[in-house]
Ligand binder design. Sequence first.
Ligand SMILES: Cc1cc2nc3c(=O)[nH]c(=O)nc-3n(C[C@H](O)[C@H](O)[C@H](O)COP(=O)(O)OP(=O)(O)OC[C@H]3O[C@@H](n4cnc5c(N)ncnc54)[C@H](O)[C@@H]3O)c2cc1C
Ligand code: SF4
Ligand code: SF4
Length: 1011
Amino acid sequence: MSAPVTKPLVFHPGRSSGDLAARLSRAVAGDVLFDAGSRGRYATDASIYQIEPVGVLVPKSADDVRAAIAICGEQGVPVLARGAGTSQCGQTVGAALVIDHSKHLSRITGFDRDAMTVGVEPGVVLDQLNGWLKPHGLWFPVDVSTSAQATLGGMAGNNSCGSRSIAYGNMVHNVLAIDVTLSDGTEARFGPEREMGAAPPRVGELLRGLRAIGAREQDEIERNVPKVLRRVGGYNIDVCCPQSERPYTSDESVNYAHLLVGSEGTLAWMRELTLKLAPLPAHRTLGVVNFPTLYTAMESARHLVALRPSAVELVDRTMIDLARGNPAFRAVIDRALIGEPDAILLVEFIGETREDPLRRLRDLVALMGDLGLPGSVVEMTDAGAQRALWEVRKAGLNIMMSLKGDGKPVSFIEDCAVPLPHLAEYVDRLTQVFARHGTRGTWYAHASVGTLHVRPILDMRRDGATKMRAIAEEASAMVRQYKGAFSGEHGDGLVRSEWVGWQFGPRLSRAFEEIKDLFDPAGLMNPGKIVRGTRMDDASLFRFPPGHRTQPLETALDWSAWDVQNDAVTGALTPPGTGGDPAQGFGKAVEMCNNNGHCRKFDAGTMCPSYRATRDEQHLTRGRANTLRLALSGRFGPDALASEPVRAALDLCVSCKGCRRECPTGVDMAKMKIEALHQRQRAHGLPFRDRLIAHLPRWAPWAARVPRLANLRDTLPGAAKLSETWLGFSAQRSLPAWRRDTFLRRASAEREGAAANAEVVLFVDTFTNYFEPENAHAAIKVLDAAGYRVHVARADGADTEPSRPLCCGRTYLAAGLVDEARAEARRVVAALLPHVERGAAIVGLEPSCLLSLRDEFLVMGLGEAAQRLSENAFLIEEFLAREHRAARLRLPLVALPQKRALLHAHCHQKAFDAVAPLQQVLALIPGLAVELVETSCCGMAGSFGYDAAHYDVSVRMAEAALLPAVRAAAPDTLIVADGTSCRHQIADLTRGAGARDAIHVVRVLERALGR
Ligand SMILES: Cc1cc2nc3c(=O)[nH]c(=O)nc-3n(C[C@H](O)[C@H](O)[C@H](O)COP(=O)(O)OP(=O)(O)OC[C@H]3O[C@@H](n4cnc5c(N)ncnc54)[C@H](O)[C@@H]3O)c2cc1C
Ligand code: SF4
Ligand code: SF4
């Protein structure tokens, strides 16, 4: 292997970084971010590397980028284009001005239905494009796994490849033209050679240079460019003499846009892309082939592709087991299995007619018989079942990535491509290599094109770099022997640029440098990638470089479950608290974020509402985790978590817990925010307004005695405005109205149900008790009607304040007052545990309150008692659905006058898988059609939306999906929302004409009791 050229990669801006920021601020309309927090957040991508950029520009338009390129050119500062930053090889990490297109440069610029082409700005996200194209029956078929966040600019930059590349090719096969700006400001459209005659003189000269290099190196290109479909390393120098098994153009003519595809931002800034579209497949079938060994599966791949499938994807035994271990996926994966296979291949067929893919599915069954595996295929023709199984494959990878401890699955040979006849042997030998180095890998993905993903588990703070090199050396020797490609999907970046010379040889490496210099003579476009790279194991460029230390922290919550180490071979974890984290596990919990960018999704689920509203990296789960990690490493000075960058990054986090469930590695930012707020209020104290809200459960009994007085803020003209000036409560908001008829004042402790079925303890939270007591009354009626003996939870006699209502402590947690929250939690545990010991179920109404018994209570040092309580605490709909499943529920429900219900689930219900029970109990009402709105957070989120500073973002969150759905609902549609703040948000933002009120599910059930 030729040694990498060691041109210095790190740019030292010195005093000029201040000049640069000032000049940029004057010249552009977009955001110029040069503060330590922003630079830290843009210092990483989904690779193992970290380099602090000079600064960040979030341009509003192409003109901003033009201006930035010109200024950087004058000051000799490199520029680094960036989309979602999901590259796995460090392509978007560098000492440069990072230009993030993903926020504003996301317009679709042209569409020709007949020609099946579309023009896009570089920041358009693939799923958004495909969503836009769907009504036209078309799609852009390079279906990368990161489709919900990957931008078209980034996909072109990396020459990305989808699961269905065997049918549609890679990015290079699907880009028709690219409009670029060169580092000297020259602009041109790169496309078919025949259309480039009118290019500017500078580009004409460049093309002449390229042609000369192509002609000179033709024999070397033929010798050294791998002849596989999946080859994305180096520059596509073979535009002039095609080497890919699938030519880049149908007539093998030259298209210079293809040279830019895969160039990783090193040649030019791509301003606009013209893409080739494909018709949406009309019909699909899926055959799941079960194999006794991974080896046979890999052996069969080459025979399967002869059937012209659109995808052949591997799921190995480890992933099968991971999926089976997850209750949500067990049934789906079980349906795909025959016995106990060691591996399965998902073989998909698409076609224009229904018969075509069905016929090929039958061919698959016959083929497997011929190959000695009769009866090994599970035939899936139902679209829903197919979708569910594809989801399982994705989830399996996610669980694998959630391994706790310093050893992590590392991506550096995860996409080597080998010709199919050698695939089985390659997998077998590489597995042995892993074992020799004391690690293991899980195999999955693109068997159709010989690009199997595998990430050995390495500890990059200790011996990981040495093992990485050793494994890479052995893997590369095999790739060479099998005439494959070392980089078959993810590109070069920092991890593989040094391998470009190894792959293509010294002559082509030199030619690549010439190409780079023709485009970018000053070397300012993303330097150090593809040519003149650094060593993959240069630890000074790692996210955890030598000398990395986590600052000691005395935590308020128990993070010991994260403070562990793992065994790379068995995956076994050491006991909690033994991982050696000076931050008592909080540091390792934060470091679980591997920057994969999944939280940038906009499609389904909750994560991350504040990012969806602002599109700022700072307000993204990833941005927050990076901020916390940098704080803990001392980047923002002492008292790290109390620092301003941390406050700013967490400010718009609505603690929805969406990330707790949807982040592949389980980053739980809501819990981290509690810890950070705790540290901040210890250092700086709490503002009066926050103190007022936090202590609401304490003063609520007094307010309820004088509700007229307490409600003056909303009844006295001018008072709301004053509350904004003095306290920061938005004057545009109404506040929840205090009631004299609180629930607990009137309720008797115990009620006998008609049939005295079983005992249920109703935990009435502060908000229900003081603001909406009718919900608790409804719960009593419903439970009564179902024959349960209902006991209303109250503080026990041993409590120092037995007359004060119980409270989960949520308002204290939201302010970081963990000690006060713990005191409340202790009262709840003491009061409820005796009921649990008697076998009673604890039932609550407000998701954020009840579910804290199952979440935060477990990390507040309350021991086994809290654990016992958490296992027996249910939302009322969870309890009723459970009883219904066990055929114990006798709830006489009748049809309602309303025939439709629109359901908005609280974020914490989603985070705790408690949405299905809501739907199940509503389905018990005869004739009621229930539609679940696909929403993220409603935007109110406790007290978040009442804050004047948060009002706009809160409204934006609500307007993303919830409010349009509510407004579109017919007047007689029931709007159902279990969250107090969700209901308030709906009422508040639909005030006036078209006002809508949402109600708790238990009130719907109460109405359907029909008496
Ligand atoms: C979990 C996971 C799964 C993945 N699965 C796949 C997969 O299935 N297939 C696949 O191919 N990849 C995959 N990737 C890698 C990555 O997601 C893709 O390469 C993706 O297309 C990158 O898009 P991005 O917007 O994040 O680009 P970025 O990472 O932001 O940028 C990628 C490159 O493009 C350059 N670039 C961006 N915009 C411009 C521009 N306007 N002008 C010039 N250069 C530009 C950047 O400088 C960089 O070199 C995966 C990554 C992860 C973390
Ligand atoms: S927070 Fe989670 S989803 Fe977001 S980048 Fe980090 S690991 Fe990925
Ligand atoms: S808790 Fe919600 S708002 Fe906060 S980071 Fe997680 S997903 Fe985003």
